[in-house]
Design a protein around this ligand. Structure first.
Ligand SMILES: Cc1cc2nc3c(=O)[nH]c(=O)nc-3n(C[C@H](O)[C@H](O)[C@H](O)COP(=O)(O)OP(=O)(O)OC[C@H]3O[C@@H](n4cnc5c(N)ncnc54)[C@H](O)[C@@H]3O)c2cc1C
Length: 408
């Protein structure tokens, strides 16, 4: 006689954990979701503030490559729960989606709250129990040990456990990475948690910082040692951040870790060749200011002109060829990201070598891992949530197989 499927504990009520709970409860498992915060899905709601980029519409072969070194391990998981499945799932919860101009997929509501509300209601209907303010501390004689909001201990011994504890960015939303110590004690290999999709420090002068912090550099091309990205960045008090920098952040972070600094080159006018720019600058400068001249000739913004001044000591030089070269390649040296807390996401985490193909920990049979706490990273563009949902589904299926329960 096969033993009857019993119960599962899902620890972490973010997108990965909730997706796991959905698959497990649909198969008839009694699921309890534990979270240390007073409510579920806080980071998911925060992601909704930026419109909730759920996934990306590019072909799956290209999408896979966004997961860098982890692409090989992520591939079967993404194929089993591809963007089309995620879109169908969101639409099944009443959230129509659309593809934005860059191929990114969003719910039409452009926020997470209606989706999360409908999702939690469906999970409750499927019998999922939610225990908020329950912080998982460790295992105690084989049982999961939680401390609740009143400081009381609760011990649970489910048939399967799924850890979906997130990374360590934005810790006030719940994920603080404290689990790394607990799992390391169990012999689980963990790659150091590092900031991903993050800004970088730049030693700006006080004058530049005061004048330009908060101003964007728009429609520029940003180059790391390995590749380039067109888009926007924001000058900040501490350095530089924004979409284009996030896209290069894995490369930049690696260079900082090896060389102590990373080279970032900015082409302020990627749509114009150096020759064209030099021609536009060939007209002699009249009595007006350098800023006025550059604004009129090339429509350079005050932030761009100040950046030239910051990097080269002067925004203008009479040699139009040299000036064109400078505008096409403003060279900055970046230092480390300011902190993991401020990053959009986390690189590092539970090593893929520590889990089997079903995301079960070799060191803890019956314990599965999903979401951002696994050692993969991806740029913004919907790849983060896509990765979290796909690993959530995979961990749930692994747990069902472990409990000998048929997937529905
Ligand atoms: C500002 C911002 C915007 C973003 N926008 C997007 C976007 O548009 N598109 C996109 O793809 N991604 C986006 N992301 C990233 C995305 O939100 C995360 O990758 C995703 O939420 C990770 O899901 P997860 O379930 O793995 O972890 P989380 O969402 O972090 O959930 C983990 C949960 O575990 C709980 N937990 C942690 N430790 C314990 C413990 N010891 N005991 C009990 N509970 C615990 C936490 O409280 C938390 O609720 C954004 C992130 C940020 C910060």
């Amino acid at each position: 006689m096969t033993s009857a499927p019993q119960s599962a504990a899902v620890i972490g009520g973010g997108p990965a954990g909730l997706m796991t709970a959905e698959v497990l409860s649909a198969a008839g498992i009694a699921v309890t979701v534990f979270d240390r915060m007073p409510s579920m899905g806080r980071k998911f709601l925060m992601a909704g503030r930026g419109g909730l980029n759920l996934t990306h519409s590019e072909p799956i072969e290209r999408l896979m490559l966004r997961y860098g070194d982890a692409a090989g391990r992520m591939q079967p998981l993404l194929e089993a729960f591809p963007p089309s499945a995620l879109i169908a799932w969101a639409e099944g919860l009443g959230q129509a989606t659309f593809v934005g101009s860059s191929g990114r997929v969003f719910p039409k509501a452009m926020k997470a709250s209606p989706l999360l509300r409908a999702w939690l209601a469906r999970l409750r209907e499927q019998g999922v129990q939610f225990l908020a303010r329950h912080e998982w501390k460790s295992w105690d004689n084989g049982a999961l040990a939680f401390r609740d909001g009143e400081g009381q201990w609760r011990h649970v011994t489910p048939d399967a456990t799924v850890l979906a504890l997130g990374g360590a960015s934005w810790p006030r939303l719940g994920s603080d990475g404290a689990w790394t110590r607990t799992l390391e004690k169990q012999g689980v290999a963990i790659a150091t948690l590092l900031p991903a999709n993050c800004g970088f420090t730049v030693p700006w002068s006080d004058v530049f910082r005061q004048r330009c912090a908060g101003q964007p550099l728009k429609n520029a091309e940003f180059r790391s040692w390995r590749r380039s990205e067109r888009g926007e960045a924001m000058i900040t008090q501490y350095g530089i951040e924004g979409g284009a920098i996030y896209a290069l952040s894995a490369d930049l972070r690696r260079q900082v870790s090896v060389d102590g600094v990373a080279d970032l080159t900015i082409d302020l006018r990627p749509g114009l060749s150096e020759d064209k720019i030099a021609k536009k600058l060939a007209k002699p400068r009249s009595k007006g200011s350098a800023s006025n001249y550059l604004r009129k000739a090339l429509n350079l913004s005050p932030a761009e002109i100040n950046l030239l001044r910051e990097v080269y000591g002067a925004a203008f030089v009479p040699d139009s060829v040299l000036l064109a070269k400078r505008i096409k390649a403003v060279a900055l040296q970046l230092g480390s990201p300011p902190s993991l807390e401020r990053a959009i996401s986390t690189a590092g985490g539970v090593s893929f070598a520590a889990v089997d193909a079903h995301l079960m920990l070799h060191a803890k049979p019956g314990v599965f891992v999903a979401g951002e706490m696994l050692d993969w990273e991806a740029p913004t563009g919907g790849y983060l949530l896509q990765g979290c949902f796909a690993t959530g589904v995979a961990a749930a299926k692994g747990a069902l197989a472990w409990m000998n329960v048929k997937d529905k």
